[in-house]
Design a protein around this ligand. Sequence first.
Ligand code: NAD
Length: 478
Amino acid sequence: MRIIIIGSGYVGLVSAACLADLGHEVLCVDNDTAKVSRLQAGDIPIFEPDLAEMIARNVARGRMQFADALPAFGSEVAAVFLAVGTPPLPNGGANLDAIFAAAEAVAAKARQGLVVVIKSTVPVGTGDAVERLIHRERPDLPAVVVSNPEFLREGSAISDFMEPDRIVVGTDHAAARRTLMDLYAPLIKLGTPVVHMRRRAAELTKYAANAFLAIKIAFANEMADLCEAIDADIDQVMRGVGLDSRIGPAFLQAGPGYGGSCFPKDSSALLATAQDHAVALRLVESAIAANDARKRALGERVRSAMGDRAEGRTVAILGLTFKPDTDDVRDAPAFALIESLQRAGSNIRVFDPKGMNSARRQLKGVTFSENAYECAEGAHCLVLATHWSEFATLDATRLSDLVATRLLVDLRNGLDAAKFSAAGFVVHGIGRSRRVPPTPPVSLKLRSRPYRPILSLRPSLNGHVNKSWPPAGEPAPR
Ligand code: NAD
């Protein structure tokens, strides 16, 4: 099937590459001409594991193309996906300018009736507004707007897309529903549940899921504070809690507070929707407040570990991205920490395996290091802010020779505290007991399966989903 995806960011590009890998032909449209030029030259502007290879493979097969403007299109296009950004407004609501601009372009360029699929995270009622906009601009055009929210996580986006827990399809329109079922047929055949619902319910489902996860994280962080006060170990407590099958272990890792491009903005946007409808969402409100307070207190946590002598001293921060395996630094807790420590007069050195380029555009007055050891050199405090797996194998003894003061603040409980203690470091974790020797760091990646192309699936696509598969001249995989 032929599809167009407007917006080539983390969600648009991953969705495009995965749908192309499933056998569809995808045109990716983005109004950032520099980004499109890079994509056309084979240079992938974001870091997401395995994405570059997947795009290269599908460009070579002729299944992925890039354009900086939407071309005129007709019924050969089965659906147009909107995957543009919906950043926060100052009042916490979602800025829908890009959604409406994309919808206007669709209305201008569509020759025949079409299915518009909103993949961006949008407030309840946005699908109605987009449908009204298209009908206003083009009363002649039968257009159906479907909500199909995306649940992928940066860092494991490809496996999340290809092996999703569920696919949510929000529409009452039977033909549009069939189009979505055809598009996702290979995943549905593998047993992925599809949850059909009304469009407004689908829009809310995405926000409700993110708000629930944000509450779970905020809860674990509150318990970590209590652990510090009562001398207990949060890792042990949350293991005991998370093994309860009614609760589950995911999103119970205490840390510096949630960040990233989704949880902070989506929980605020959900609150804004509820306020518009005069509904109190006290749990969501509390999670937001608790998380904001936690991020604001990070600087104080580090300063207090330094004996309140942060001024003029050097803090080495390992990790800038909001989580490992992405280059995304949007709303990352490390930035709140850096801001606070700079206000306290500290000199900041930073290192991140993939986030340095994005960080360089935002951080002023910090020293960017080539690697973790260079970052630690002469530091009075070492802080782990993002638990990249490569940090877990850092040589504590080598670091102890490099730093000026052997002090480690591990905001992710990601390093082996016993090893660092043995190397002479005073170690401050999150929610860690002062008496019980800390448990060895557990794997924090709960779902780290690398994505492997579902080769056995592709032949079944022929005739079911993509009539043109395999593309001319390419042998079918065995
Ligand atoms: P992003 O900022 O990485 O990408 C958005 C892209 O849209 C950019 O490349 C931008 O240039 C392009 N764009 C903006 N206006 C446009 C227009 N009028 N025409 C064409 N292109 C335009 O954003 P993202 O992280 O991919 O998120 C996209 C949406 O998906 C958001 O609503 C987000 O909340 C949601 N989402 C994100 C994630 C995630 O992990 N990043 C996960 C699930 C859902």
